[in-house]
Design a protein around this ligand. Structure first.
Ligand SMILES: Cc1ncc(COP(=O)(O)O)c(C=O)c1O
Length: 407
């Protein structure tokens, strides 16, 4: 058996992996058009409306509202829904803070459903968490792997709550022939630098519902309808307007995103095939009926020490992280774990408006805590070559074969 690089052996890979280079001449061309137009203000421009029109068409829905980030896109969704203060939003324990902050800023209480082997919320636990105060299910398609949307949509319909999809990591992710984001009541996307399509920072919120779409557009623009006549602000909103600079780059990216997603799907699935036989490893899960888009590649180390496994893999020249976010979001966000929110209050986690006051502590989602500990994540992107995936697989196979098994 080959000696591991961490023990002085020869590493599988010496050369660094190629970087992702998402931008090119098309972005420069559209950016130049925006600058030459002498207007960079979204509502008076052409690029942001074009982005909204084409993004909606790409997802087969009538409405898209552009904003400044994925966090803003989720806040726009919740703002449009207009929950009562103290209402509960059921969401996923493995996610970015950008899923949770809008819930708190909308005076609502995040409730966490535990995950299953797909790393996404277990529909049975989602259903178990529903109370008379539940207003919405906010489903996160983690790493680009779709949630069990048939089950979640059925629960939402039966229990009379909204289904919002957090697709920030899941652009053009297919679930049973339909793109994620178009299946629930509202879909939310991030255009942050690492995402399948990007303009550095940006967001999009989509829906089929014209009333929600109208409220989304108002919420993103301070509640201002921008209609002729006296100026008024018809609902409480924020300024989450996207600029023409972001819009121009995002339009160029929209033209490429299908190819990006196709290539990532190909590479990620190939890596899974090549490591399926590795002892003590479970490749990245794919939800039945779904096509994974591999924003990140998350495998599980069940038969070895995951911390040692990740260190040994890095020594082989394969960059990876152990645990994605170190802990579930309810433990690593101080606003939840310590209930430090607004001033010295813990609002809205203080039982305001008859809300439940939950204890965000270890043990809240036991399966999530166990799976996160076992998780090792690798960066997959569309500019990797087949040989890069072969090296990743060889590194994983080598480490899995050499490390002592752990029950
Ligand atoms: C699942 C998820 N939700 C929300 C967000 C927030 O997006 P942004 O960083 O664009 O605000 C992210 C971004 O990393 C994310 O991955």
């Amino acid at each position: 058996m080959a000696t591991l690089a961490i023990d002085g052996g020869t590493p599988v890979r010496v050369l660094p992996f190629p970087p992702r280079r998402p931008f090119g001449e098309r972005e420069i061309e559209l950016l130049s058009e925006a600058i030459r137009s002498q207007n960079l203000f979204g509502p008076g421009g052409t690029k942001v409306p074009e982005l909204e029109r084409r993004f909606a068409a790409l997802y087969g829905v009538p409405h898209a509202v552009a904003s400044t980030s994925g966090t803003a896109a989720i806040h726009v969704a919740l703002g449009a829904l207009n929950p009562e203060p103290g209402d509960e939003i059921i969401t996923a324990p493995i996610t970015d803070a950008g899923t949770i902050a809008p819930i708190l800023f909308q005076n609502c209480v995040p409730v966490f459903a535990d995950i299953d082997d797909t790393y996404n919320m277990d529909p049975r636990d989602v259903e178990a968490q529903i109370t008379p105060r539940t207003r919405a299910i906010l489903a996160v398609h983690l790493f680009g792997n779709p949630c069990d949307l048939d089950a979640l949509a059925a629960i939402a319909r039966r229990r009379g709550v909204a289904l919002i999809e957090d697709c920030c990591q899941a652009h053009l992710t297919d679930y049973k022939g339909r793109p994620c984001g178009s299946i629930g009541d509202i879909g939310c996307f991030s255009l942050q630098q690492s995402k399948h399509m990007t303009c550095g920072d940006g967001g999009l919120t989509i829906t089929r519902d014209p009333a929600l779409a109208e409220r989304m557009a108002l919420f993103r623009d301070k509640g201002w309808p921008r209609k002729p006549g006296a100026r008024g602000y018809v609902l409480l909103g924020l300024n989450y307007r996207m600029t023409e600079l972001q819009g121009a780059v995002a339009v160029a990216q929209l033209e490429k995103v299908a190819d990006v997603v196709r290539r990532r799907n190909e590479l990620g699935d190939r890596l899974s095939e090549r490591i399926r036989s590795a002892p003590g490893i479970i490749p990245a899960p794919v939800t039945p009926g779904g096509r994974h888009t591999y924003w990140s590649y998350g495998l599980r180390v069940t038969g070895h020490d995951p911390v040692r496994f990740a260190a040994a893999l890095r020594a082989e020249g394969i960059p990876c992280g152990q645990g994605y976010i170190g802990k579930p979001i309810y433990l690593c966000m101080d606003a939840l774990a310590s209930k430090r929110t607004f001033g010295t209050s813990s609002h809205p986690l203080d039982g305001c408006h008859g809300a439940r006051s939950l204890d965000y502590a270890e043990g809240m989602c036991p399966r999530t805590e166990a799976i996160l500990h076992q998780m090792v994540t690798l960066g997959i992107h569309e500019h990797l070559a087949d040989g890069d995936i072969a090296d990743m697989a060889a590194g994983i196979q080598k480490v899995a074969a050499a490390l002592p098994p752990q029950p």
